[in-house]
Design a protein around this ligand. Structure first.
Ligand code: CP
Ligand code: NVA
Length: 301
């Protein structure tokens, strides 16, 4: 493993090893407090962030490393200088680059032109660190994560694709339920379906909400991702049946609710579900740090 650009670059063994290491670091952080001694990580963000920025910063600190944040003005790739020049220069000083970009091709460009590991902290196509934290959360909740039945409801976006790839590689069952015209990219769906077949998983895509029945966990995300200029009023009309509320949770028979956050309360999910007993949202947020630390330790030590 040289970079973490997308979950589908991992084998099942690599993914399981990352989850196992994340659990070890979470259980005994003291054992890893020098894991990144003398290492510097640059975090380059073209979009806002709370969880990703803070969990990387504090996580790197807990591993004994140092991190430096380039904000949306200084981290805007291709504006003041090219992605290639950015990558070449950062590689002179940093031991790794964590990047959140509008275009996934910018993250690929950093990996291609730099000389240090690159970690995708969210792009238009993928959010692998989120999916790692989510499968860590599910593996804490269920004995065998490959037996989990996960349903994603709402907009087919970067979070959806990373969950699809993760579920497929773990051999789990996942149903993606989106309004027509809002499914994840067809090419990525086909790739995820191939992986699901290879690893004994099952991936189903539908617009029919009846398919929600019989799932362990229901996952949703914002209906409008960062960089998408669609008006919420237009989206609300099409998406309102797909809101995760108490009735939908009951129909699913699900014991867990998941959301990567930030959430739009009262839009894609109700307060009742967000703050209810099935909600895993804060466990997911906490696990961002442990999952990312496992990635950093794997790539850098
Ligand atoms: N879930 C997530 O990535 O949150 P942020 O956008 O706040 O980093
Ligand atoms: N799909 C969302 C995830 C935010 C963490 C976005 O890209 O804005």
């Amino acid at each position: 493993m040289k970079h973490l650009l997308s979950i589908q670059d991992l084998t099942q063994d690599e993914l399981l090893a990352l989850l196992a290491l994340a659990k070890k670091i979470k259980a005994d952080p003291g054992q890893y407090r020098h894991a990144l001694d003398g290492k510097s990580v640059v975090m380059l963000f073209e979009k806002p962030s709370l969880r990703t920025r803070v969990s990387f910063d504090i996580g790197i600190n807990k591993l004994g490393g140092h991190c430096l944040y380039l904000d949306q003005q200084n981290g805007a790739l291709g504006k003041r200088e090219s992605v290639a020049d950015f990558a070449a220069n950062l590689s002179c000083w940093a031991d790794a680059i964590v990047a959140r970009t509008f275009c996934h091709s910018s993250i690929e460009g950093l990996a291609k032109h730099g000389r240090v590991p690159v970690i995708n902290a969210l792009s238009d196509l993928y959010h692998p660190c989120q999916a790692l934290a989510d499968f860590l959360t599910l593996s804490e909740r269920f004995d065998d994560v490959s037996k989990v039945k996960l349903a994603y409801v709402g907009d087919g976006n970067n979070v959806t694709t990373s969950l699809m790839f993760g579920a497929a590689i773990l051999g789990a069952q996942m149903t993606v339920i989106c309004p027509a015209g809002h499914f994840p990219d067809g090419y990525m769906v086909a790739q995820a379906q191939t992986l699901a077949q290879q690893y004994g998983g099952k991936l189903t895509l539908t617009s029919d909400l009846e398919a929600i029945e019989g799932h362990d966990a229901i996952y949703t995300d914002t209906w409008i991702s960062m960089g998408d200029s669609t008006a919420l009023t237009d989206i609300k009309v099409r998406f309102s049946p797909y809101q995760v509320n108490t009735a939908l949770m009951a129909k699913a028979g699900a014991s867990c609710f998941m959301h990567c956050l930030p959430a739009h309360r009262g839009v894609e999910v109700t307060d009742e579900v967000m703050d209810g007993p099935a909600s895993l949202i804060l466990q997911q947020a906490e696990n961002r740090m442990h999952a990312q630390n496992a990635v950093l330790v794997t790539l850098l030590s």
